[in-house]
Design a protein around this ligand. Structure first.
Ligand code: ADP
Ligand code: ADP
Ligand code: ZN
Length: 221
């Protein structure tokens, strides 16, 4: 049966969240962002949030078993039946292997991994000007994708804020973590024959075209 079970891979600030929302709107499949789920847990002060907070503030990875547990629960929900977009997961080899096990148990598979390529200096520029809606999670950029009214979300009127971990120093640490722990996944998925590269340095529209082109070939091979 046709399914669209996707992974968005790439360094922090590559534009994964931005493209995930575009795919979600076009194909009606949910975005599963482990970063968003963890930030929500931190904001609510849950047990999970208390455990994750220190790692996130320092730009380190939250331990695998915690993140794998939340993704496993999320993938069982009904809205994932027709497909899903994993954004920010997996980030380590252990997470990728756990995902394969979970998929196997559910009788599913990952159909495509979209690898968004962006160099470090561009990532730092993007994240410095990133603003996020507190209410709906919409993503803006003060220069490349500014809101119509400063500080206010176009979609819902919510307040825009800068993430605590979006300071330059923490971004550089997150980039190092990406290089060491996450970049090896490119090879992992290439070997499986499901990796698709996109040039993430294009503007949002340009990247969107590349991504939608890949997805249209998946659905009409
Ligand atoms: P970005 O895409 O800007 O790097 P995310 O919102 O995906 O940011 O992640 C923010 C933080 O949440 C990470 O720096 C890390 O601490 C934690 N996190 C998110 N996803 C994972 C994951 N799959 N494994 C471990 N930690 C994660
Ligand atoms: P990620 O989820 O990979 O961390 P985001 O989607 O949050 O990345 O994008 C990081 C920042 O860069 C945001 O401010 C976003 O508006 C901006 N951005 C995303 N894609 C592009 C692009 N192709 N060109 C320029 N800016 C972009
Ligand atoms: Zn909003």
């Amino acid at each position: 049966m046709f399914s669209m079970n996707l992974i968005l891979l790439g360094p922090p600030g590559a534009g994964k969240g931005t493209q995930a929302k575009i795919i979600m709107d076009k194909y009606g499949i949910p975005q599963i962002s482990t970063g968003d789920m963890l930030r929500e847990a931190v904001a609510k002060g849950t047990e999970l949030g208390k455990k994750a907070k220190k790692y996130m503030t320092e730009g380190k990875l939250v331990p695998d078993e915690i993140v794998i547990g939340i993704v496993k629960e999320r993938l069982k929900q009904k809205d994932c039946e027709k497909g899903f977009i994993l954004d920010g997961f997996p980030r380590t080899l252990a997470q990728a292997e756990a995902l394969d096990r979970i998929m196997g148990e559910m009788g599913k598979k990952i159909d495509a991994v979209i690898n968004v390529n962006v160099p470090e200096e561009e990532v730092v520029k993007r994240i410095a000007y990133r603003r996020t809606c507190k209410n709906c999670g919409a993503i803006y950029h003060l220069i490349y994708n500014p809101p119509k009214r400063p500080g206010i979300c176009d979609k819902c009127g919510g307040e825009l804020y800068q993430r605590e971990d979006d300071k330059e120093e923490t971004v550089r640490e997150r980039y190092r973590v990406y290089k060491k722990n996450t970049e090896p996944l490119i090879e992992y998925y290439k070997k499986k024959g499901i990796l698709f590269d996109v040039d993430g340095t294009k503007d949002i529209e340009g990247v969107k075209r590349e991504v939608l082109d890949i997805l249209s070939k998946l659905s009409h091979p």
